[in-house]
Design a protein around this ligand. Sequence first.
Ligand code: SF4
Length: 446
Amino acid sequence: MSTRKVHVVSLGCPKARVDTEVMVGLAQARGWELVGEADAADAIIVNTCSFLQSAIDESVDVIDEMAVHRAHGARLVVTGCLPSRFGNELAAELPDVDTFLGTSDLHRIADALDGTLPDRSYIRQGWSHLYEDTGDARTVTTRGATAFLKLAEGCNRTCTFCIIPSIRGKQRSRPIEVVVDEAKRLADHGIQELVLVAQDLTSYGTDLGDKRSLVRLLDALESVDVSWIRLMYAYPWNFTDELLDRIATSERIVRYVDMPLQHISSRVLTDMRRNISRDAQARLLDRLRAIPGMVLRSTFITGFPGETDAEFAELKDWIGHVRFDRLGVFAYSQETGTPAGDRVDQVPEEVREERRDELLALQQGIHREKMAEMLGHDVDVLVDGASEDYEGLLEGRYYGQAPDIDGVVLLQIQDPDLELAPGDFVRAHVTAHDDYDLVGTVRPEA
Ligand code: SF4
């Protein structure tokens, strides 16, 4: 019997990406071969996202696109946050799907592909499968020598605009030794950069009764043979002096923190139920910025219900003042099933989007200036691989650039004999930039 082939489309966030990688590992353990083209596949997995309406629309578009392949006999399996958000009502809405697996039932993927599951849907809402290292294989699909390391599933917070806790459930942390074992296995496979992810990274381990878990994990990861450890999705809470000390003194933990803050107006933060004040956020940024070379990324929402012109102006002034190194801005999305979604004082959609674009334009100028400040500096670059935009050029990232969401360093290599591969580190002299990317010249070794 010829090897059965599976094609995968992974939508959404890095945490969902890890779910995809676990499902691919389980499928391969059952003898399935991963293929890049849907029309060559005997089965297709679409791992979906449903965080925002725009993500739901994208998931449904991709499912429709993949459904055409059922004509040549391919099974279509839809997994992840879309089934977990909408449950069994999806079954009627999407008749072309053979099997639905919620985030709770990803471990059934091999049976779903084989078509041996008796039912069409396996969805336990508000719960997520938490992969352990023992049973679940995992096939890393990120490019270069970078891998996401998921520390926990779910979230215990109740931000009023967010649907995630109702999809993924309460926070459940993976034990430190399980995470460290996985990190060692990834390092054994040549991974050089571990990107730590969770819904709420700085709350890692609190559900296991230990607020120091993240610090203890970082200490344990010091024994793992990787070069970079990156912290993403940190919540502005539990940033203890101990944690800041680890970031400031570790060789491995890069001086880069991604910490979504969402807003700065105390009224809006209260209505978002962020449980933090304007001043506390500002003090935390000062403490982080006190670490030399710290690169800060954050995310904000414009047009949250009730947001006045004055509150938006306060946010814009603050972003102009703080000058984040990296910034994402979302126009508020009114999501059913969230407290904010039920509010009557919704801001008109076009105003939400105008405010988003205003902040992005402000940040583009700030980012351009920060890129210009890099000119003439030498940076250590982790090579990711061939440039996706410039034929013949390699690209990589310096520590201040996270994978997939930040810019890159395009490498101009002066020594024709120098061969670089993904995972190599090389020192580059920054000679040019545009709004997002840097150009680094790799000079021949002296
Ligand atoms: S911290 Fe807030 S925004 Fe983030 S996943 Fe949890 S509830 Fe959602």
